[in-house]
Ligand binder design. Structure first.
Ligand SMILES: Cc1cc2nc3c(=O)[nH]c(=O)nc-3n(C[C@H](O)[C@H](O)[C@H](O)COP(=O)(O)OP(=O)(O)OC[C@H]3O[C@@H](n4cnc5c(N)ncnc54)[C@H](O)[C@@H]3O)c2cc1C
Length: 465
């Protein structure tokens, strides 16, 4: 049962990592992909599929790779996932599909994410787009859908709506499309040309995109509702949380959002970029999610001598992808577990020069099923740092509450929806981080899909997928 070991992704050298933002790992070539696909047991019950929020037919696409039938394998994935090159790279597979893989019970799980990534790249390299399902059906829907935001929730909703025959316009506040895929996740983990290529696939289906358009300011929410039959809100959770400790307003203290946006969206790591970025000697990153690890690995690439990531629980509770934690450690990030900053220290010019941290211990489970932590008194210690990056979560931007009048939200501004992503307003749907707060790409995509189904029901079309 144990069989052949899982095929690992090749990695670029440490020297390249230190000096460039090139992607750290390399996609399988065809032979390795076939070899990995042949490890799949093709179980009848296909538990892996239950672990996928968009229900990709995993055993079928893997069997097609094993038969070298790549074009057909791409269509299987793209039937329910418009962004395979993205998801193959960033999904938390070890907690989802791969966690349920039967092979994994007695050895290592099939590398489902790496195979999906292989197909995503294959599709881009060979110009294979999402199928225009709506165009192929006898009963295409009629109606128009406005989509606010262009992150993964919106892109998925747009793809499904256009495939069902509706006219779709996506409005994006920024000058670039993709949401966090573009401005948050760094190039060394998710090359932007791949995000652009997967969006191009939607353009080929007829989805229209309007950039530099902030709904609620450039166009009012009520105007949008008048112009379109249905509206999907996929505005994400772009408002960073802070710790509310002394010194958080010092120079050199960034939210991870700002730090990563400067680097990713504004390309501050390139010499020719106009956007400044602080290249610090000693960096303290606060948090334990993907955002914290992306910030830490970015700081390493920008030449920092020491990057310490302070996390208040243990390694077992770290929410970031397993691969990112491993890669960060290989790159020299020091993970300081059971540690929490309580004060940031200033030099004479108002710049951060250090931090005081305290040690923590784990206590009982919290409501999310995670161990809570308690601060241990009299355990203060000081570290030197000239840059602090705060990555402790985000909430929806208050503009949603402010400008989308009558929309019901909770106390932190998350849009309230039912299980079908329907809001309290007729014809208005929502999904992704705008509803859940900071979560994952694939859960946002699942919500975009669910909302598209509801929109199709509203517009009396036939839901295809
Ligand atoms: C640094 C970082 C790393 C991450 N790493 C991972 C990972 O490895 N794996 C994973 O699964 N998840 C990861 N995530 C989380 C994941 O990216 C998000 O959960 C996901 O992008 C949410 O998608 P969304 O479509 O809801 O919103 P977003 O991706 O946030 O997109 C929302 C878009 O809406 C636009 N917008 C907002 N308001 C308006 C308005 N009024 N008018 C027009 N446009 C508007 C915004 O500009 C933005 O482009 C990461 C997040 C960050 C920040």
């Amino acid at each position: 049962m144990k069989g052949t070991p899982r095929n690992k992704l090749l990695e670029i050298s440490m020297i390249e990592r230190q000096h460039t933002f090139k992607e750290t790992t390399l996609t399988y070539d065809k032979d390795v992909a076939i070899n990995e696909a042949k490890r799949c047991l093709n179980c009848k019950s296909a538990p892996c599929r239950q672990g996928c929020p968009v229900g990709v037919n995993i055993p079928l696409f893997i069997s097609k790779i094993a038969d070298s039938n790549f074009d057909s394998a791409v269509q299987v994935v793209k039937a329910t996932n418009a962004l395979p090159a993205v998801c193959g790279r960033v999904c938390p597979q070890s907690e989802q599909c791969e966690k349920l893989c039967v092979r994994g019970k007695n050895g290592s799980a099939v590398a489902i994410g790496c195979l999906e990534r292989f197909l995503g790249d294959y599709a881009i390299d060979n110009g294979i787009y999402c199928a225009a399902v709506g165009a192929n059906t006898l009963k295409a829907g009629h109606g128009s859908v406005a989509i606010i935001g262009s992150g993964p929730a919106s892109l998925t909703c747009a793809c499904e709506c256009i495939q069902n025959g509706y006219k779709v316009v996506v409005f994006e506040a920024l000058h670039a499309l993709g949401g966090v895929l573009i401005y948050g996740i760094p190039e060394f983990r998710l090359p932007k040309r791949l995000v652009d290529a997967e969006i191009k696939s939607l353009v080929s289906l007829g989805v229209k995109f309007e950039i530099n358009t902030l709904i609620g300011r450039s166009i009012s929410f009520s105007d949008l509702r008048k112009r379109f039959d249905a509206v999907f809100i996929g505005t994400g959770a772009g408002l960073p949380n802070f710790m509310d400790i002394e010194g958080e307003n010092l120079n050199g203290v960034y939210s991870a959002n700002e730090y990563l946006t400067r680097v990713n969206l504004m390309k501050a790591y390139l010499d020719e970029s106009d956007t400044p970025i602080m290249r610090a000697r000693n960096v303290l990153v606060i948090g334990g999610g993907n955002v914290a690890f992306d910030s830490a690995r970015t700081a390493m690439r920008l030449g920092s001598k020491s990057v310490v990531l302070a996390y208040r629980r243990t390694k077992d509770e770290i929410p970031a992808r397993v691969e990112e934690v491993e890669q960060a450690e290989i790159e020299g990030v020091i993970i300081s577990i059971l540690s929490i900053p309580v004060k940031l220290l200033s030099d004479d010019n108002g710049n951060v020069r250090g931090a005081i941290l305290k040690k923590c211990k784990l206590s009982e489970m919290d409501v999310r099923g995670r161990r809570s932590f308690e601060i241990i008194e009299n355990t203060d210690y000081e570290i030197e740092c000239d840059l602090v990056i705060v990555a402790i979560g985000t909430n929806p931007n208050p503009i949603v509450k402010e400008c989308f009048s009558d929309l019901v939200t909770d106390s932190v501004g998350r849009v309230l929806v039912d299980q079908n992503n329907i809001t309290n307003l007729p014809g208005v749907y929502a999904g992704g981080d705008a509803v859940t707060g900071a979560a994952t790409v694939i859960s946002a995509m699942g919500a975009g899909r669910s909302a598209a189904k509801s929109i199709a029901r509203q517009l009396n079309g036939k839901y295809i997928n």
